[in-house]
Design a protein around this ligand. Structure first.
Ligand SMILES: Cc1ncc(COP(=O)(O)O)c(C=O)c1O
Length: 482
Protein backbone atom coordinates (compact mmCIF):
# COMPACT_ATOMS: atom_id res chain seq x y z
CA UNK A 1 0.00 0.00 0.00
CA UNK A 2 1.44 3.36 -0.99
CA UNK A 3 2.45 5.84 1.66
CA UNK A 4 -0.25 8.50 2.12
CA UNK A 5 1.25 11.95 2.47
CA UNK A 6 -0.17 14.36 5.00
CA UNK A 7 -2.62 16.92 3.66
CA UNK A 8 -0.02 19.59 4.54
CA UNK A 9 2.56 17.83 2.38
CA UNK A 10 0.14 17.88 -0.56
CA UNK A 11 -0.28 21.63 -0.29
CA UNK A 12 0.62 23.84 -3.27
CA UNK A 13 0.29 27.65 -3.09
CA UNK A 14 -2.92 28.97 -4.64
CA UNK A 15 -4.85 25.70 -4.90
CA UNK A 16 -8.37 25.93 -3.54
CA UNK A 17 -11.16 23.47 -2.71
CA UNK A 18 -13.75 26.24 -2.49
CA UNK A 19 -14.29 29.77 -3.72
CA UNK A 20 -16.01 32.36 -1.64
CA UNK A 21 -18.29 35.09 -3.00
CA UNK A 22 -16.84 38.61 -3.06
CA UNK A 23 -17.29 40.59 0.14
CA UNK A 24 -20.49 42.61 -0.19
CA UNK A 25 -20.54 44.27 3.23
CA UNK A 26 -18.16 46.89 4.64
CA UNK A 27 -14.97 45.38 5.95
CA UNK A 28 -14.93 45.39 9.78
CA UNK A 29 -12.19 47.27 11.61
CA UNK A 30 -9.43 44.99 12.77
CA UNK A 31 -7.11 47.28 14.63
CA UNK A 32 -8.36 45.96 17.98
CA UNK A 33 -7.13 42.47 17.09
CA UNK A 34 -3.59 41.38 17.98
CA UNK A 35 -1.31 41.60 14.98
CA UNK A 36 -1.01 37.89 14.27
CA UNK A 37 -4.80 37.51 14.21
CA UNK A 38 -5.56 40.14 11.53
CA UNK A 39 -6.78 39.46 8.01
CA UNK A 40 -3.95 38.67 5.65
CA UNK A 41 -1.84 36.84 8.25
CA UNK A 42 -0.78 33.53 6.69
CA UNK A 43 -2.59 30.72 8.53
CA UNK A 44 -0.38 27.89 7.40
CA UNK A 45 -3.39 25.87 6.22
CA UNK A 46 -2.98 23.29 3.46
CA UNK A 47 -3.88 24.55 -0.02
CA UNK A 48 -5.39 21.73 -2.07
CA UNK A 49 -8.02 21.19 -4.76
CA UNK A 50 -11.40 19.71 -3.88
CA UNK A 51 -10.53 16.50 -5.70
CA UNK A 52 -7.27 16.05 -3.78
CA UNK A 53 -9.06 16.80 -0.57
CA UNK A 54 -11.80 14.21 -1.20
CA UNK A 55 -9.32 11.57 -2.36
CA UNK A 56 -7.07 12.09 0.63
CA UNK A 57 -9.78 11.65 3.23
CA UNK A 58 -11.51 8.84 1.34
CA UNK A 59 -8.22 6.93 1.21
CA UNK A 60 -7.61 7.53 4.91
CA UNK A 61 -11.12 6.32 5.77
CA UNK A 62 -10.47 3.13 3.79
CA UNK A 63 -7.46 2.36 5.94
CA UNK A 64 -9.59 2.40 9.04
CA UNK A 65 -11.47 -0.50 10.58
CA UNK A 66 -14.77 0.94 11.71
CA UNK A 67 -18.32 -0.02 12.52
CA UNK A 68 -19.45 1.00 9.03
CA UNK A 69 -17.12 -1.54 7.41
CA UNK A 70 -17.09 -4.56 9.71
CA UNK A 71 -18.25 -6.08 13.01
CA UNK A 72 -16.37 -4.44 15.88
CA UNK A 73 -16.48 -7.02 18.69
CA UNK A 74 -14.69 -4.91 21.30
CA UNK A 75 -15.87 -6.32 24.63
CA UNK A 76 -17.27 -3.89 27.21
CA UNK A 77 -17.55 -1.18 24.55
CA UNK A 78 -20.92 -1.95 22.87
CA UNK A 79 -19.81 -1.01 19.37
CA UNK A 80 -23.23 -1.11 17.77
CA UNK A 81 -24.23 0.33 14.44
CA UNK A 82 -24.75 4.11 14.54
CA UNK A 83 -28.06 4.77 12.74
CA UNK A 84 -27.74 7.58 10.23
CA UNK A 85 -31.02 9.14 11.30
CA UNK A 86 -29.19 10.24 14.49
CA UNK A 87 -26.76 12.21 12.35
CA UNK A 88 -29.53 13.61 10.19
CA UNK A 89 -31.37 15.10 13.16
CA UNK A 90 -28.18 16.35 14.85
CA UNK A 91 -27.20 18.09 11.60
CA UNK A 92 -30.37 20.19 11.38
CA UNK A 93 -29.84 23.95 11.58
CA UNK A 94 -31.99 24.43 14.68
CA UNK A 95 -29.65 22.16 16.62
CA UNK A 96 -26.33 22.69 14.90
CA UNK A 97 -26.33 26.46 14.77
CA UNK A 98 -27.37 27.33 18.30
CA UNK A 99 -25.04 28.69 20.94
CA UNK A 100 -24.96 27.49 24.55
CA UNK A 101 -25.05 31.07 25.80
CA UNK A 102 -28.28 31.95 23.99
CA UNK A 103 -31.11 33.07 26.29
CA UNK A 104 -33.31 30.17 27.41
CA UNK A 105 -36.37 31.50 25.58
CA UNK A 106 -34.55 31.19 22.21
CA UNK A 107 -33.51 27.54 22.73
CA UNK A 108 -36.67 25.98 24.08
CA UNK A 109 -36.36 23.05 21.64
CA UNK A 110 -32.83 22.20 22.75
CA UNK A 111 -33.75 22.43 26.42
CA UNK A 112 -36.71 20.18 25.72
CA UNK A 113 -34.35 17.62 24.16
CA UNK A 114 -32.33 17.57 27.39
CA UNK A 115 -35.41 17.39 29.55
CA UNK A 116 -36.95 14.55 27.50
CA UNK A 117 -33.70 12.60 27.56
CA UNK A 118 -33.65 12.93 31.34
CA UNK A 119 -37.19 11.45 31.46
CA UNK A 120 -36.13 8.52 29.28
CA UNK A 121 -33.01 7.78 31.30
CA UNK A 122 -34.94 8.01 34.54
CA UNK A 123 -37.56 5.56 33.30
CA UNK A 124 -34.94 3.14 31.98
CA UNK A 125 -32.82 3.20 35.13
CA UNK A 126 -35.31 3.64 37.95
CA UNK A 127 -33.24 6.62 39.10
CA UNK A 128 -35.48 9.64 39.79
CA UNK A 129 -32.82 12.33 39.19
CA UNK A 130 -30.57 12.60 36.14
CA UNK A 131 -27.65 14.90 35.28
CA UNK A 132 -26.50 14.97 31.66
CA UNK A 133 -23.24 16.90 32.10
CA UNK A 134 -20.44 14.29 32.26
CA UNK A 135 -18.82 13.53 28.91
CA UNK A 136 -17.81 9.92 29.44
CA UNK A 137 -18.53 6.96 31.64
CA UNK A 138 -15.36 7.66 33.58
CA UNK A 139 -16.41 11.25 34.21
CA UNK A 140 -19.83 9.99 35.28
CA UNK A 141 -18.10 7.76 37.83
CA UNK A 142 -16.08 10.64 39.22
CA UNK A 143 -19.14 12.93 39.33
CA UNK A 144 -21.19 10.29 41.16
CA UNK A 145 -18.42 9.75 43.69
CA UNK A 146 -18.24 13.51 44.28
CA UNK A 147 -22.00 13.43 44.86
CA UNK A 148 -21.54 10.49 47.24
CA UNK A 149 -18.88 12.40 49.17
CA UNK A 150 -21.06 15.52 49.38
CA UNK A 151 -23.91 13.34 50.68
CA UNK A 152 -21.78 11.88 53.48
CA UNK A 153 -20.29 15.31 54.21
CA UNK A 154 -23.81 16.68 54.66
CA UNK A 155 -24.29 14.10 57.40
CA UNK A 156 -20.98 14.98 59.03
CA UNK A 157 -19.36 11.69 57.98
CA UNK A 158 -16.21 11.03 55.93
CA UNK A 159 -16.02 7.30 55.10
CA UNK A 160 -12.69 6.74 53.40
CA UNK A 161 -13.02 3.56 51.33
CA UNK A 162 -14.49 2.55 47.99
CA UNK A 163 -14.81 -1.16 47.25
CA UNK A 164 -14.35 -2.49 43.71
CA UNK A 165 -14.56 -6.10 42.49
CA UNK A 166 -11.34 -7.51 41.00
CA UNK A 167 -13.19 -7.85 37.66
CA UNK A 168 -14.00 -4.12 37.54
CA UNK A 169 -12.97 -1.75 34.79
CA UNK A 170 -9.83 0.27 35.53
CA UNK A 171 -11.79 3.52 35.56
CA UNK A 172 -13.62 2.42 38.74
CA UNK A 173 -10.59 2.37 41.06
CA UNK A 174 -9.09 5.31 39.17
CA UNK A 175 -12.20 7.48 39.73
CA UNK A 176 -12.38 6.49 43.39
CA UNK A 177 -8.77 7.30 43.99
CA UNK A 178 -9.02 10.58 42.05
CA UNK A 179 -11.92 11.50 44.33
CA UNK A 180 -9.69 11.01 47.37
CA UNK A 181 -10.90 7.58 48.48
CA UNK A 182 -8.71 4.59 49.18
CA UNK A 183 -9.60 1.58 47.08
CA UNK A 184 -10.14 -1.95 48.35
CA UNK A 185 -10.48 -4.86 45.94
CA UNK A 186 -13.12 -7.55 46.41
CA UNK A 187 -12.49 -11.05 45.07
CA UNK A 188 -14.62 -12.83 42.49
CA UNK A 189 -15.86 -16.42 42.83
CA UNK A 190 -14.91 -19.02 40.23
CA UNK A 191 -18.25 -18.36 38.47
CA UNK A 192 -17.14 -14.73 37.90
CA UNK A 193 -19.52 -13.06 40.37
CA UNK A 194 -18.58 -11.07 43.48
CA UNK A 195 -17.46 -13.32 46.34
CA UNK A 196 -19.95 -12.60 49.13
CA UNK A 197 -17.72 -14.12 51.79
CA UNK A 198 -14.90 -11.81 50.83
CA UNK A 199 -17.22 -8.82 50.51
CA UNK A 200 -19.30 -8.97 53.68
CA UNK A 201 -16.56 -8.37 56.30
CA UNK A 202 -15.27 -5.42 54.23
CA UNK A 203 -18.57 -3.53 54.55
CA UNK A 204 -17.92 -1.34 57.58
CA UNK A 205 -18.78 2.22 58.57
CA UNK A 206 -15.65 3.35 56.74
CA UNK A 207 -17.01 2.31 53.32
CA UNK A 208 -18.47 5.10 51.21
CA UNK A 209 -19.46 3.03 48.22
CA UNK A 210 -19.21 -0.24 46.30
CA UNK A 211 -18.94 0.05 42.51
CA UNK A 212 -20.53 -2.81 40.59
CA UNK A 213 -21.04 -3.55 36.91
CA UNK A 214 -24.06 -5.71 36.15
CA UNK A 215 -23.89 -7.83 34.06
CA UNK A 216 -20.28 -7.74 35.15
CA UNK A 217 -17.24 -7.56 32.91
CA UNK A 218 -17.11 -11.32 32.38
CA UNK A 219 -20.67 -11.20 31.05
CA UNK A 220 -22.40 -12.75 34.08
CA UNK A 221 -25.40 -11.27 35.89
CA UNK A 222 -24.69 -10.48 39.56
CA UNK A 223 -27.80 -12.07 40.99
CA UNK A 224 -26.94 -11.17 44.60
CA UNK A 225 -26.99 -7.46 43.92
CA UNK A 226 -30.12 -6.70 45.95
CA UNK A 227 -28.71 -8.57 48.95
CA UNK A 228 -25.44 -6.65 48.61
CA UNK A 229 -27.37 -3.37 48.42
CA UNK A 230 -29.04 -4.21 51.74
CA UNK A 231 -25.68 -4.84 53.42
CA UNK A 232 -24.32 -1.52 52.16
CA UNK A 233 -27.38 0.50 53.14
CA UNK A 234 -27.21 -0.88 56.68
CA UNK A 235 -24.02 1.20 57.14
CA UNK A 236 -25.18 4.10 54.92
CA UNK A 237 -22.73 3.11 52.15
CA UNK A 238 -23.86 3.66 48.56
CA UNK A 239 -24.12 1.17 45.70
CA UNK A 240 -22.79 2.47 42.39
CA UNK A 241 -23.97 0.91 39.15
CA UNK A 242 -21.41 1.10 36.35
CA UNK A 243 -23.75 1.36 33.35
CA UNK A 244 -21.22 0.26 30.72
CA UNK A 245 -23.12 -3.01 30.27
CA UNK A 246 -26.62 -1.58 30.39
CA UNK A 247 -27.25 -2.78 26.83
CA UNK A 248 -27.80 -6.28 28.20
CA UNK A 249 -30.72 -5.32 30.43
CA UNK A 250 -32.00 -2.01 29.04
CA UNK A 251 -35.79 -2.06 29.12
CA UNK A 252 -35.83 -5.37 30.99
CA UNK A 253 -34.41 -4.58 34.45
CA UNK A 254 -33.61 -1.34 36.25
CA UNK A 255 -30.53 -0.62 38.36
CA UNK A 256 -32.70 1.49 40.67
CA UNK A 257 -34.85 -1.57 41.33
CA UNK A 258 -31.76 -3.63 42.17
CA UNK A 259 -31.00 -1.26 45.06
CA UNK A 260 -28.35 0.86 43.34
CA UNK A 261 -28.13 4.48 44.51
CA UNK A 262 -26.23 6.05 41.62
CA UNK A 263 -24.99 5.13 38.19
CA UNK A 264 -23.67 6.33 34.89
CA UNK A 265 -24.97 5.68 31.38
CA UNK A 266 -22.62 5.44 28.41
CA UNK A 267 -24.73 7.14 25.73
CA UNK A 268 -21.97 6.30 23.24
CA UNK A 269 -22.40 2.60 23.99
CA UNK A 270 -26.00 1.76 24.87
CA UNK A 271 -27.63 4.48 22.80
CA UNK A 272 -25.63 4.05 19.61
CA UNK A 273 -23.68 7.28 19.29
CA UNK A 274 -20.31 7.05 17.54
CA UNK A 275 -17.28 6.44 19.70
CA UNK A 276 -13.75 5.22 19.59
CA UNK A 277 -10.63 7.25 19.04
CA UNK A 278 -11.24 9.17 22.23
CA UNK A 279 -14.70 10.58 21.82
CA UNK A 280 -16.96 12.39 21.73
CA UNK A 281 -19.03 10.73 24.41
CA UNK A 282 -21.66 11.36 27.02
CA UNK A 283 -21.82 9.79 30.47
CA UNK A 284 -24.95 11.12 32.22
CA UNK A 285 -25.54 10.00 35.76
CA UNK A 286 -28.69 8.99 37.60
CA UNK A 287 -29.19 9.07 41.36
CA UNK A 288 -31.83 8.23 43.94
CA UNK A 289 -33.80 10.99 45.68
CA UNK A 290 -31.47 11.31 48.70
CA UNK A 291 -28.58 12.25 46.38
CA UNK A 292 -30.51 14.68 44.16
CA UNK A 293 -29.56 17.87 46.10
CA UNK A 294 -25.86 17.29 45.34
CA UNK A 295 -26.11 16.87 41.54
CA UNK A 296 -24.18 19.33 39.35
CA UNK A 297 -25.79 22.55 38.12
CA UNK A 298 -27.28 23.86 35.93
CA UNK A 299 -30.33 21.59 35.84
CA UNK A 300 -33.03 21.62 33.25
CA UNK A 301 -36.37 22.71 34.66
CA UNK A 302 -39.82 22.63 33.16
CA UNK A 303 -42.41 24.99 34.61
CA UNK A 304 -46.06 24.08 35.09
CA UNK A 305 -46.72 26.00 31.85
CA UNK A 306 -44.24 23.86 29.95
CA UNK A 307 -41.48 26.49 29.70
CA UNK A 308 -37.90 25.16 29.94
CA UNK A 309 -35.05 26.90 31.71
CA UNK A 310 -31.63 26.23 33.21
CA UNK A 311 -31.74 26.32 36.95
CA UNK A 312 -28.62 27.17 39.01
CA UNK A 313 -30.23 27.48 42.40
CA UNK A 314 -29.14 24.34 44.26
CA UNK A 315 -27.01 25.33 47.25
CA UNK A 316 -25.84 21.78 48.04
CA UNK A 317 -24.74 21.06 44.46
CA UNK A 318 -21.18 19.90 43.86
CA UNK A 319 -21.04 22.57 41.10
CA UNK A 320 -20.21 22.10 37.46
CA UNK A 321 -18.28 19.18 36.01
CA UNK A 322 -18.32 20.36 32.43
CA UNK A 323 -19.03 23.46 30.41
CA UNK A 324 -22.68 24.25 29.69
CA UNK A 325 -25.09 21.30 29.74
CA UNK A 326 -22.86 18.49 28.47
CA UNK A 327 -22.06 17.14 25.04
CA UNK A 328 -25.29 18.32 23.45
CA UNK A 329 -24.84 16.80 19.98
CA UNK A 330 -24.24 13.36 21.45
CA UNK A 331 -27.09 13.61 23.93
CA UNK A 332 -29.38 14.60 21.08
CA UNK A 333 -28.33 11.58 19.01
CA UNK A 334 -29.01 9.38 22.04
CA UNK A 335 -32.54 10.75 22.34
CA UNK A 336 -33.18 10.18 18.62
CA UNK A 337 -32.11 6.56 19.08
CA UNK A 338 -34.37 6.08 22.09
CA UNK A 339 -37.35 7.61 20.32
CA UNK A 340 -36.72 5.59 17.16
CA UNK A 341 -36.98 2.32 19.08
CA UNK A 342 -39.51 3.40 21.70
CA UNK A 343 -40.21 1.63 24.93
CA UNK A 344 -41.27 -1.56 23.11
CA UNK A 345 -38.07 -1.70 21.05
CA UNK A 346 -35.57 -1.35 23.90
CA UNK A 347 -36.18 -4.75 25.55
CA UNK A 348 -35.88 -6.36 22.12
CA UNK A 349 -32.45 -4.72 21.67
CA UNK A 350 -31.28 -6.16 24.99
CA UNK A 351 -32.67 -9.63 24.22
CA UNK A 352 -30.95 -9.73 20.83
CA UNK A 353 -27.65 -8.52 22.27
CA UNK A 354 -27.76 -11.43 24.72
CA UNK A 355 -28.89 -13.88 22.04
CA UNK A 356 -26.08 -12.85 19.68
CA UNK A 357 -23.45 -13.22 22.40
CA UNK A 358 -24.73 -16.66 23.35
CA UNK A 359 -24.84 -17.76 19.73
CA UNK A 360 -21.24 -16.71 19.14
CA UNK A 361 -20.12 -18.25 22.42
CA UNK A 362 -21.79 -21.52 21.38
CA UNK A 363 -19.80 -21.44 18.12
CA UNK A 364 -16.50 -20.79 19.87
CA UNK A 365 -16.60 -22.63 23.17
CA UNK A 366 -15.78 -26.03 21.64
CA UNK A 367 -12.50 -24.66 20.32
CA UNK A 368 -11.45 -22.06 22.89
CA UNK A 369 -11.55 -22.21 26.67
CA UNK A 370 -14.56 -20.33 28.10
CA UNK A 371 -13.67 -19.97 31.81
CA UNK A 372 -17.17 -18.90 32.87
CA UNK A 373 -19.09 -21.65 31.11
CA UNK A 374 -21.32 -21.82 28.08
CA UNK A 375 -23.90 -19.14 28.92
CA UNK A 376 -23.48 -15.39 29.13
CA UNK A 377 -25.31 -12.09 28.97
CA UNK A 378 -24.27 -9.63 26.23
CA UNK A 379 -20.55 -10.51 26.16
CA UNK A 380 -18.20 -13.33 27.12
CA UNK A 381 -14.57 -13.91 27.91
CA UNK A 382 -12.34 -16.60 26.44
CA UNK A 383 -8.89 -17.47 27.72
CA UNK A 384 -6.02 -18.26 25.35
CA UNK A 385 -3.72 -19.32 28.21
CA UNK A 386 -3.51 -22.85 26.76
CA UNK A 387 -2.51 -21.51 23.31
CA UNK A 388 0.16 -19.41 24.94
CA UNK A 389 1.46 -22.42 26.88
CA UNK A 390 1.34 -24.93 24.01
CA UNK A 391 2.06 -22.80 20.91
CA UNK A 392 3.39 -19.48 22.28
CA UNK A 393 0.42 -17.79 20.61
CA UNK A 394 -0.89 -14.90 22.73
CA UNK A 395 -4.17 -13.00 22.82
CA UNK A 396 -2.26 -10.11 21.19
CA UNK A 397 -1.19 -12.34 18.26
CA UNK A 398 -4.77 -13.40 17.55
CA UNK A 399 -6.12 -9.86 17.94
CA UNK A 400 -3.48 -8.45 15.56
CA UNK A 401 -4.12 -11.15 12.99
CA UNK A 402 -7.83 -10.27 12.90
CA UNK A 403 -6.83 -6.91 11.41
CA UNK A 404 -5.34 -8.80 8.43
CA UNK A 405 -8.83 -10.12 7.73
CA UNK A 406 -10.29 -6.62 8.05
CA UNK A 407 -11.80 -7.15 11.50
CA UNK A 408 -11.34 -4.99 14.55
CA UNK A 409 -9.90 -6.91 17.49
CA UNK A 410 -11.93 -7.88 20.54
CA UNK A 411 -10.85 -6.48 23.89
CA UNK A 412 -7.80 -8.35 25.18
CA UNK A 413 -6.13 -8.69 28.59
CA UNK A 414 -9.28 -7.41 30.30
CA UNK A 415 -10.66 -8.33 32.75
CA UNK A 416 -7.38 -8.78 34.54
CA UNK A 417 -8.52 -11.90 36.40
CA UNK A 418 -8.47 -14.00 33.20
CA UNK A 419 -5.03 -14.92 31.75
CA UNK A 420 -4.72 -14.17 28.01
CA UNK A 421 -8.27 -12.83 28.08
CA UNK A 422 -10.21 -12.24 24.86
CA UNK A 423 -13.46 -10.45 25.57
CA UNK A 424 -16.06 -10.44 22.84
CA UNK A 425 -19.24 -8.37 22.64
CA UNK A 426 -20.97 -8.92 19.31
CA UNK A 427 -23.97 -6.55 19.96
CA UNK A 428 -27.51 -6.87 18.67
CA UNK A 429 -27.05 -5.19 15.30
CA UNK A 430 -24.95 -8.00 13.80
CA UNK A 431 -26.57 -10.71 11.68
CA UNK A 432 -26.20 -14.46 12.11
CA UNK A 433 -24.09 -14.56 8.92
CA UNK A 434 -21.65 -12.01 10.33
CA UNK A 435 -21.32 -13.95 13.58
CA UNK A 436 -20.74 -17.18 11.62
CA UNK A 437 -18.05 -15.41 9.62
CA UNK A 438 -16.29 -14.08 12.70
CA UNK A 439 -16.31 -17.52 14.34
CA UNK A 440 -14.92 -19.07 11.14
CA UNK A 441 -12.10 -16.52 10.94
CA UNK A 442 -11.17 -17.04 14.59
CA UNK A 443 -11.05 -20.80 13.95
CA UNK A 444 -8.92 -20.23 10.86
CA UNK A 445 -6.48 -18.01 12.76
CA UNK A 446 -6.30 -20.65 15.47
CA UNK A 447 -5.01 -23.10 12.86
CA UNK A 448 -2.40 -20.75 11.40
CA UNK A 449 1.36 -20.98 11.78
CA UNK A 450 2.41 -19.36 15.09
CA UNK A 451 5.39 -17.75 13.31
CA UNK A 452 2.97 -15.87 11.04
CA UNK A 453 0.78 -14.87 13.98
CA UNK A 454 3.78 -13.42 15.80
CA UNK A 455 4.33 -11.08 12.81
CA UNK A 456 0.69 -10.05 12.36
CA UNK A 457 -0.71 -7.82 11.06
CA UNK A 458 1.09 -8.17 7.75
CA UNK A 459 -1.54 -6.81 5.31
CA UNK A 460 -2.32 -3.50 7.01
CA UNK A 461 -0.84 -0.04 6.31
CA UNK A 462 1.00 -0.22 9.61
CA UNK A 463 2.53 -3.45 10.93
CA UNK A 464 2.98 -4.54 14.53
CA UNK A 465 3.90 -1.61 16.70
CA UNK A 466 6.16 -1.54 19.69
CA UNK A 467 3.25 -0.85 22.03
CA UNK A 468 5.28 -0.40 25.18
CA UNK A 469 7.54 2.13 23.52
CA UNK A 470 4.56 3.88 21.91
CA UNK A 471 2.90 4.22 25.32
CA UNK A 472 6.04 5.27 27.21
CA UNK A 473 7.62 7.52 24.58
CA UNK A 474 4.76 8.83 22.47
CA UNK A 475 5.76 11.15 19.61
CA UNK A 476 2.59 13.10 19.03
CA UNK A 477 3.97 16.02 17.04
CA UNK A 478 4.39 15.95 13.30
CA UNK A 479 7.89 16.81 12.23
CA UNK A 480 8.24 17.51 8.50
CA UNK A 481 11.02 15.61 6.78
CA UNK A 482 14.25 17.61 6.99
C1 LIG B 1 -17.10 -1.59 32.56
C2 LIG B 1 -16.70 -0.20 32.15
N1 LIG B 1 -16.82 0.81 33.02
C3 LIG B 1 -16.51 2.08 32.70
C4 LIG B 1 -16.03 2.40 31.45
C5 LIG B 1 -15.65 3.82 31.15
O1 LIG B 1 -16.48 4.39 30.20
P1 LIG B 1 -15.94 5.54 29.21
O2 LIG B 1 -15.03 4.87 28.23
O3 LIG B 1 -17.18 6.10 28.60
O4 LIG B 1 -15.21 6.55 30.05
C6 LIG B 1 -15.89 1.38 30.49
C7 LIG B 1 -15.35 1.69 29.13
O5 LIG B 1 -15.09 0.89 28.32
C8 LIG B 1 -16.24 0.06 30.84
O6 LIG B 1 -16.12 -0.94 29.96
Amino acid sequence: MSEEKLIFEKSAPGRRAATFPALDVPEAAQDWLPEGARRGTPLGLPEVSEQDLVRHYTRLSQRNIGIDTQIYPLGSCTMKYNPKVNEDVAGRDGFRNIHPLQPDDTVQGALRVLWELEQWLSEISGMPAICLQPSAGAQGELTSLLVCRAYHDSKGRRPRKVLVPDSSHGTNPASASYCGYSVETVKSRPDGTVDLEDLKPRITGDVACLMMTNPNTVGIFEKDIALIAGWLHAVDAQLYYDGANLNAICGLARPGGMGCDMMHFNVHKTFSTPHGGGGPGAGPIGVKEHLRPFLPVPRVRRSAEGVFSLDQDHPQSIGRVRTFTGNFGILLRGLVYLKSFGSDGLPEIARRAVLNANYLLALLKGRFHAPYGGRCMHEFVLSLADRKRDKQVSATDVAKRLADYGYHAPTIYFPLIVPEAVMIEPVETESKETLDELAAILARIDGEDPALLHQAPVHTPVGRLDEVNAARNPVLRYLPPA
